[in-house]
Write a protein that binds this ligand. Structure first.
Ligand code: IPM
Ligand code: MG
Length: 367
């Protein structure tokens, strides 16, 4: 039997509750599709700070280096909010993990099930068509990591802070390649988002993306859009987009916009893929839900496990090549939603079920 090896990092808040559902779903899926999970849990985020003095403890990092993928929960919460920004769980755990594994390709699928159209803040005639957009965000370059990055005091006593936005052609080419591969499995349309009317990095971005798509797959319909316009078009008519391809910070902002128009953060999964291949000849990846730790409902057993479960499906697809098993999980979630079962975040006042009940309903639909 095929054995899949990954670490699970539940993190803080609702992380542990939804992670345990995702692990059960993976195990059941393995029974049906012929694989076994070998996984160990490790501290990350606030609990890392509490237990090891660091949001990303060395022991956690070492464990991740010995496996083929990371299933990540979520990190952060009020307890750690007063730490200096650089030490906060989100930044001190996620950014070093992304850098350590060169997780340069962040895929954030934005899906609004038509059944859940009422949850979208978009007008109902727009939302009722459903939404299906994939955001492909560059994740290890740009203004997040560029040097110099510092704050200093000037002679006149003012302070000056600098962040540097920098891109090389190689970084743009490799993320474009990911977008091209993703688009080939979808509607073969890429909209590349930049600010080429102002930024040098964007001019290079636009040129490189164009050349790269032309070379890799000229049958793809490529368009370019300025980021301010893209932010507007995404709420006006989201289904004009198939794959959105963009740099790190624009992708950070647009992917939150995409998430909110899709109704519930509790439904959205994401994948961050690295360079090179793991021991299965697929990319090493980190898989995480988009919703955060939801401290207000943590420990109450009411969190929506769907995003964590869907993240596990993405892990099977991208890091283990188990497409059928991934689809089975995605369909089980879809069917569960179709059956009318709702956790509090998507119930809109109707009766809601808890995390484990939602989990069992998904489990029972894995076939
Ligand atoms: C995200 C988050 C992170 C980012 C933060 C927590 C550093 O907003 O994954 O989108 O900006 O990338
Ligand atoms: Mg963000």
């Amino acid at each position: 039997m095929k054995i899949i090896r990954f670490t699970n990092l539940p993190g803080d808040g609702i992380g542990p509750e939804v992670m345990s559902v995702a692990l059960e779903v993976l195990e059941k899926t393995g029974e049906v599709y012929g694989f076994a999970c070998e996984t160990t849990a490790h501290d990350v985020g606030g609990i890392g700070i509490d237990n090891h003095g660091k949001a990303l403890p060395q022991s956690t990092l070492d464990a991740c280096k010995s496996v083929d993928a990371i299933l990540f929960g979520s990190v952060g919460g009020p307890k750690w909010e007063n730490l200096p920004p650089k030490e906060q769980p989100e930044r001190a755990a996620l950014l070093p993990l992304r850098k350590a594994f060169e997780l340069f390709a962040n895929l954030r699928p934005g899906n609004l099930f038509p059944e859940l159209a009422d949850l979208s803040p978009l007008r109902s005639d727009v939302a009722s068509a459903g939404i299906d957009v994939l955001c492909v965000r560059e994740l290890t370059g740009g203004i997040y990591f560029g040097q110099p990055k510092n704050t200093r005091t000037l002679e006149d006593g003012q302070k000056e802070a600098v962040d540097t936005m920098v891109y090389r052609t190689g970084e743009i080419q490799r993320i474009t390649e990911v977008a091209v591969k993703a688009a080939a499995l979808r509607d073969k349309k890429i909209c590349s988002v930049d600010k080429a009317n102002v930024l040098e990095t964007s001019i290079l971005w636009r040129q490189t993306v164009s050349e790269c798509v032309q070379k890799l797959d000229p049958s793809i319909e490529l368009s370019h859009m300025y980021v301010d316009n893209a932010a507007m078009q995404l709420v006006r008519n989201p289904n004009q987009f198939d794959v959105l391809l963009t740099e790190n910070m624009f992708g950070d902002i647009l992917s939150d916009e995409l998430a909110v128009i899709c109704g519930s953060l509790g439904m959205l999964a994401s994948a961050s893929l690295g360079t090179g291949t793991n021991s299965n000849n697929f990319p090493f990846g980190l898989y995480e839900p988009a919703g955060g730790t939801a401290p207000d409902i943590a420990g109450k057993g009411v969190a929506n496990p769907c995003a964590q479960v869907l993240s596990a499906a993405l892990m099977l697809r991208y890091s283990f090549g188990l497409e059928e098993a991934a689809l089975a999980i995605e369909n089980a979630v879809k069917e569960t939603i179709r059956s009318g079962l709702r956790t509090g975040d998507i119930a809109q006042g109707a009766p809601a079920v808890g995390t484990t009940e939602m989990g069992s309903a998904i489990l029972s639909r894995i076939a």
